[in-house]
Ligand binder design. Structure first.
Ligand code: NAD
Length: 459
């Protein structure tokens, strides 16, 4: 598996990393097991938290340096990249600040003398995607390291510089060598790690198909797993909502952040009312056509390239397949004839249920727009998806919006704003979007052995 940085804005290969040998993988897991048993797993939560605070400080002290690496490797707009570095630091800080409260021993009121205490599970294997190169790592490193677990991390092969930089920051902050190890590992080496009895948990963020494959392997080995997988979130606009500039900007943000490569992006716009849907489509088209496509390092760029030529070609092929199955391409959706992974933002309408596009995740700047006659139909359509990650509901009355949100079969729904993430908000889905949660107090619980020590009086 070739780990290399290729600049998606130019197609130029910037840096290559050698393949790991099986002996290096073995050496890494031996070291991780040793450091977990003798050192990291035994330290106090306060000690580990101080180190994570320090890592957050290091990220904040040189935001531009870390941001530029992401923009270089996967084409994220530089402004978004700076935001991601700050958010990643916030996540590390959040767990450093709150970890001891989240994992405090719990007495059992009805049984004086019985207590439930949090212990780390041990070695956790993490498999991560390229779309948020640091944020994804912060979501696992923050909670699991504070809890005392040790991490073996296989990041995406397209963001190795970010992966190595993250590991270096943790080491610089004082995480002992081996407690967090980046491995440029192959799928076969990942499988061997899942099979190793010292690995106690597996967490995967990625596509539904890869998640299903790795969840099955983990399950076969009796390993607890967390799956943070793909999504095709609905963005529902109910009757009576003004299709004004603010709403359109929220739709643009929800769909096009990170060039549309976000698991919980708004991918299916479901508009109640034919006239409303027409106005929405017209206005969104005008905004999509006004975007400035270009170099992600240029602050004036509003639509960056996709993460790679292959990723771009996949989205363009999906658009073509959708059209050949009867959808209407209202605008855009085509590759730009220039070097790099650039494409136009596009809009698809008239997507019938027998069109493959209806059930697919579009991981790029493509908005699907559906017009429905009633709120009930909007909810039905939103839920008629294999995915169940997030969603957004826009309503004139916020309480009513919340009632509709309750009926959407996903792990997260925002009301009157596009869905977004924060350290204190739980993240995760249902159905093919996976299971388990990251972030918030829920996230830190996933790889904990809540052990009962029962010294209450015998009955
Ligand atoms: P992907 O599934 O192709 O890859 C994810 C990771 O798995 C990468 O590190 C990849 O190298 C690795 N991988 C792939 N095949 C493997 C195998 N057979 N054995 C071991 N490892 C393997 O996904 P991607 O293209 O990197 O990311 C995009 C997908 O991730 C989208 O579907 C997106 O919605 C999803 N995603 C989900 C979340 C979430 O929190 N739910 C967050 C970000 C991205």
């Amino acid at each position: 598996m070739a780990y290399e940085s290729v600049n998606p804005a130019t197609g130029e290969t910037v840096k290559k990393y050698p393949d790991l040998s099986d002996a290096q993988v073995k050496e890494a897991i031996d070291r991780t097991f040793d450091v977990f048993q003798k050192d990291w797993g035994k330290r106090s939560i306060e000690d580990r938290s101080k180190i994570l605070h320090k890592a957050a400080e290091i990220f904040r002290s040189d935001i531009d340096k870390y941001a530029r690496l992401m923009t270089l490797e996967m084409g994220k707009r530089i402004e978004e990249a700076r935001g991601e570095v700050k958010l990643s630091a916030d996540i590390l800080d959040y767990y450093a600040k709150n970890g001891s409260t989240f994992l405090a021993p719990q007495k059992v009121e009805e049984k004086p003398g019985a207590v439930v205490k949090a212990f780390p599970l041990g070695l956790i294997l993490a498999i991560e995607p390229w779309n948020f190169p640091y944020y994804q790592l912060a979501r696992i490193a923050g909670p699991y390291l504070v809890a005392g677990n040790a991490l073996l991390v296989k990041h995406s092969s397209s963001v190795p510089q970010c992966a190595h930089a993250f590991e270096e920051v943790l080491e610089q902050a004082g995480v002992p060598k081996g407690a967090y190890t980046n491995l440029d590992a192959s799928p076969a080496q990942v499988s061997s790690l899942i099979e190793d009895s010292r690995v106690r948990g597996v967490t995967v963020t990625g596509s539904a198909s890869v998640g299903a494959e790795l969840a099955a392997k983990a399950g076969k080995m009796w390993k607890k797993s967390v799956m943070e997988l793909g999504g095709s979130d609905a963005f529902i606009v109910l009757e009576g909502v003004d299709i004004d500039d603010k709403l359109i900007e929220q739709a643009v943000y929800g769909r096009l952040f990170n060039a549309g490569q976000v698991c919980c992006a708004a991918k299916r716009f479901i508009i109640v009312g034919k006239k409303q849907a027409e106005i929405f489509t017209e206005k969104l088209k005008a905004r999509f056509e006004s975007l400035k496509i270009g170099d992600p390092f240029d602050e004036k760029t509003t639509l960056a390239p996709l993460s790679s030529i292959a990723a771009r070609d996949q989205v363009v092929a999906q658009v073509e397949k959708a059209v050949s199955n009867g959808a209407t391409l209202v605008c855009g959706g085509k590759a730009l004839k220039r070097p790099g992974a650039f494409m136009e933002a596009g809009i698809l309408t008239d997507i019938s249920r027998d069109n493959p596009a209806y059930f697919e995740e579009f991981f790029g700047p493509i908005a699907q727009i559906y017009s429905v006659e009633s709120e009930a139909k909007a909810i039905e359509l939103a839920n008629d998806s294999p995915y169940g990650l997030g969603g957004a509901v826009f309503a004139k009355d916020i309480e009513h919006g919340c009632k509709v949100a309750e009926q959407i079969e996903t792990g997260m729904v925002s009301v009157n704003k596009p869905l977004w993430t924060a350290p204190e908000l739980p993240f995760g889905g249902v159905k093919h979007s996976g299971y388990g949660r990251e972030l918030s107090h829920f996230g830190i619980q996933e790889f904990i052995n809540w052990k009962l020590i029962d010294a209450s009086a015998a009955e």
